[in-house]
Design a protein around this ligand. Structure first.
Ligand code: ADP
Ligand code: MG
Length: 467
């Protein structure tokens, strides 16, 4: 089998990559963004040799699903462009394969790679990627984030690296201020000790740059430039999970910097111990320094943030409206800010004072989403969508695995996410007995404990409903 790197470099394969990109586009428009993102978009191109097309999927679960459901469609689409195709095989590649130096997923980002530059950011580029508003001054401190704030400040203020707080590892859910704090560190260092070289980048960007350096056979200068920084900040490090060679390079860079007593700051959507798809030695190394959890916001913090935003926007919003927003929009700060901006923009536009009534009107959809109660019907609908079934299949008694398994998953989620009893759930799934529901729940629990990938899938579904 050819490796992905070999395929990328020979000239005839440029066509193959284009075919792959075209097929992907077709799949996306055929099935829509959601299904594409959950399933088909996770496929990577591996090789095409003598009519045998090999794609990879990140987990066995996804592989099987696509294989059973979409393989003939992929083959047909491919055939439209390239009549040589005879057979499609899908392998599982969770990033641990050493076959190729370039992670196959790179091929999917070809256009992005082509347009990105090959240099490590110069100082200017570093600062152009920082948001001017994300400073310590604009960060509102409350009990959920005070530790993170204090640690970020201490890191920004001390030019001496303390080994016990290296790396500084900030983690927490989306929209809680991790990126804001990282930018704030960069701005502060830039203002107070401008000679120190700070590099801030997302883990994704790290990956693209690394891959491009590989492509241009310029890995030495990539390493050199990285290793001369004083403070390296990598945002959303979870993105390198499962990206084998990027992980490895990140780890080398990381170690070289730490050995030279340079500061590392990392953000992530979960704690080091919850990171999966990452080598054990890297995972444990990430947790050696100061690991801080940015907690979900409280009502007080949300109100504080709104008040500070109103001041920045220099507009008038009645206190009762702020209190209303702080109590209703609880998901994260990004949404909260979005809601406030929307109300302010609307009132400016229609030249009307903001009050509770028009706020409720303007934010009707958003408020509904934040109030959302999960129903069995909703679970059935979304699970059916996700596994390309009809909603009616959820109430059927088809025993075929591709129908029965999602139905069991939906039953399990109904028990997990709604207050309904086993009998009530059974009724909603086509009048089944409560023992059938119980059996489904046991089955899913069993699969979760014996099959890591399956478990991941279930956890992901739970998160999907809770957001
Ligand atoms: P994360 O990186 O954790 O997903 P961000 O740092 O991007 O979240 O924050 C999302 C938005 O919320 C940003 O506009 C940020 O300025 C704002 N924000 C989050 N926390 C705070 C806070 N404590 N004070 C002020 N703004 C905040
Ligand atoms: Mg972020």
């Amino acid at each position: 089998m050819k490796t992905a790197s070999a395929v990328m470099y020979n000239s005839e394969s440029a066509n193959t990559i284009d075919t792959w990109l075209a097929v992907r586009d077709k799949l996306k428009s055929k099935y829509g963004e959601a299904i594409f993102k959950s399933w088909l978009g996770k496929l990577d191109f591996i090789s095409l040799t003598n009519g045998e097309l090999i794609l990879s999927a990140p987990t066995r679960f996804i592989k099987e699903w696509i294989y059973n459901y979409y393989s003939h469609i992929i083959q047909n689409l491919w055939y439209e462009y390239d009549k040589s195709i005879r057979h499609l095989d899908i392998i599982v590649d969770n990033g641990s394969s050493k076959k190729s130096i370039i992670s196959p997923s790179v091929t999917a980002h070809k256009s992005m790679l082509d347009s990105s530059d090959n240099t490590i950011p110069t100082e200017e580029m570093v600062f152009s990627s920082l948001d001017k508003r994300f400073t310590f001054e604009n960060f509102v401190v409350g009990s959920p984030n005070e530790l993170a704030y204090a640690a970020a400040r201490a890191t920004a203020e001390s030019s001496k690296v303390q080994s016990e707080s290296n790396p500084l590892f900030l983690y927490g859910g989306v929209g809680l201020g991790k990126t804001h704090l990282m930018h704030a560190i960069a701005w502060h260092i830039h203002e107070t000790t401008p000679w120190r070289k700070v590099v801030y980048m997302s883990a994704e960007k790290f990956m693209y740059q690394f891959v491009q350096a590989l492509r241009n056979k310029d890995i030495m200068s990539f390493k050199e430039k990285f290793r001369s920084v004083d403070v390296l900040m990598i945002d959303d490090v979870q993105f390198i999970c499962g990206k084998d060679s990027t992980q490895e390079e990140f780890f080398h860079t990381f170690n070289a910097l730490v050995d030279n007593n340079r500061q590392i700051v990392i953000s992530c959507d979960r704690s080091p111990s919850d990171l999966e798809g990452i080598e054990e030695r890297i995972r444990s190394r990430l947790g050696w320094g100061l690991v801080i959890d940015v907690h979900s916001t409280t009502y007080e913090l949300r109100l504080g943030i709104l008040e500070s935003k109103v001041e920045q926007l220099d507009c008038h919003v009645p206190k009762i409206v702020l209190e209303f927003l702080a109590s209703k929009i609880t998901s994260n700060v990004r949404e909260l800010e979005g809601a406030l901006n929307k109300v302010v923009a609307h009132s400016t536009f229609v030249k009307k004072e903001i009050n509770l009534e028009n706020t409720q009107e303007i934010l009707r959809d958003l408020l509904r989403a934040n109030e959302r109660v999960i129903t069995i019907e909703e679970i059935q609908k979304r699970i059916a969508e996700r596994y390309s079934l009809r909603v009616a299949d959820m109430s059927s008694s088809k025993k075929l695995r591709i129908v029965a398994r999602p139905r069991q998953i939906a039953m399990y989620l109904s028990k997990m996410l709604t207050p309904r009893s086993l009998s009530e759930i059974g009724r909603k799934f086509g009048g089944k007995d409560h023992t059938t529901v119980l059996h489904a729940i046991r089955k899913i629990e069993e699969l979760c404990s014996s099959d890591n990938e399956f478990n991941e899938e279930i956890q992901m579904l739970i998160r999907m409903f809770q957001h």
